[in-house]
Design a protein around this ligand. Structure first.
Ligand code: PLP
Length: 385
């Protein structure tokens, strides 16, 4: 079992940071890699043509290992989730009258991509909202998603967990149904991959996109994606030279190529060899892999579960344990409670969580310990009497 890893971070001692879903704190080791990388350009002669390609390969390898993909070339470096999804949107062969099924209340990057496409091709957007009734909410939400998929569904997109309350989506069932109706399956793994086990071989999705600055513990502005065989021959949203065949040969770059590099590399962002951010994200993913997503999830479960009954006794509604994640979960406020008063109390105690609508999102990681949850429960106890 993992122990608290706070000493690997630079978090201030007087704060209770329960907000990895917003942004992870920087690992000291990742900051070090970044600092060294900044000086890598002091003498540009040290950066060789091969470094452009080794740099990107290492990042793809780290991500491929984390998500159980054998060939790193099935992965691509992207700047953001919106970019990664735009590549899918560009290649979706939806026809007028087809529909796109989305779990409701997704993060906007996983909605706007499909909204724009729906308008362009006159597709129907089916946003599957969660049930209002709290009992068996997770299970019923999943059933609703499956029910909304039919022979006209061309794409379904969800997270592995809901980004605001941690509800688990049943990816296996969604994949099975998407196969039956011949729809592409896309996963926004931003709020789960790194902290919750996920295996591409197990789910076989068509695309997975992950922003790097949360549970992958990387810097902001760099992410990673996986594109499966059904997107193997697609058109990327931009045409970068590195993504073309034989671009390793700097002397022959003006022998323009129509062919792309193998696999999903065609979808990679321009200047993917970012000599500062790429090694930082690579190192961060390697650290996450060394800890193991399963162990991180277990740590968060062990840490948070003992406090759940107290939170429920105060009137918070929390999705049942089996239908939600432990690294990210929502506390829905009881009617009598004032969010403003609670937020003020949290600020005073330097407890950092996120407010999403009527819920408080709690997102622990390995730098948290019992004291953080004790402070949270104590703080609520004082303002909710
Ligand atoms: C589920 C989810 N997806 C994506 C993002 C980030 O999207 P983008 O990389 O397009 O800014 C976030 C940020 O909070 C998120 O929670």
């Amino acid at each position: 079992m993992l122990s608290c890893q706070k000493e690997l971070f630079n978090l201030p001692d007087d704060t209770h940071y329960l907000n990895c879903a917003y942004m992870s704190p920087m690992l000291k080791s990742v900051a070090h890699v970044g600092n060294v990388a900044i000086h890598g350009k002091d003498d540009p002669t040290t950066i060789k043509p091969d470094d452009f390609f080794q740099n990107t390969k290492r990042l793809r390898e780290a991500f491929a290992t984390l998500i159980g993909v054998e060939d790193e070339r099935q992965c691509a470096i992207v700047p953001s989730v919106s970019y990664g999804l735009a590549n899918v949107a560009k290649n979706l062969k939806g026809r007028k009258g087809d529909n796109i099924v989305l779990a409701g209340e997704q993060f906007p990057s996983n909605v706007y991509a499909w909204m724009a496409l729906a308008e362009e091709h006159q597709l129907e957007l089916r946003l599957v909202e969660p049930p209002v009734e709290f009992k068996d909410r997770g299970q019923k939400w999943n059933e609703r998603i499956l029910d909304q998929m039919d022979e006209y569904t061309c794409l379904v997109s969800t997270g592995h967990v809901h980004w605001a309350d941690g509800t688990l989506f049943d990816l296996k069932a969604i994949r099975k149904r998407s196969r039956e109706v011949d729809a592409l399956m896309v996963i926004d793994g931003t709020q789960s991959i790194g902290a919750l086990p996920f295996d591409v071989a197990d789910i076989q999705p068509d695309a997975v996109v992950v922003a790097g600055y949360k549970w992958l513990m990387g810097p902001y502005a760099l992410g990673v994606a996986y594109y499966g065989p059904r997107l193997a021959d697609g058109q990327p949203i931009e045409n970068n030279w590195m993504n073309r065949l034989n671009s390793e040969n700097f002397g022959g770059l003006v022998n323009y190529q129509t062919a792309y590099q193998d696999g999903a590399i065609r979808y990679e962002m321009g200047e993917s060899a970012n000599f500062i951010l790429s090694p930082m994200l690579t190192h961060a993913i390697e650290q996450v892999q060394a800890w193991g997503p399963q162990n991180i999830q277990q740590y968060c479960a062990d840490l948070s579960l003992p406090f759940i009954p107290q939170l429920q006794a105060m009137g918070f509604q929390i999705e049942q344990d089996t239908s939600r994640a432990h690294h990210l979960f929502g506390l829905r406020l009881p009617e009598h409670a004032s969010m403003d008063v609670i937020q003020e109390a949290l600020r005073e105690r330097k407890i950092f969580v996120s407010v999403r609508g009527n819920s408080i999102r709690v997102a622990p990681h390995l730098y948290n310990d019992r004291k953080d949850f004790e402070a949270l429960v104590d703080c609520f106890g004082k303002v909710m009497r």
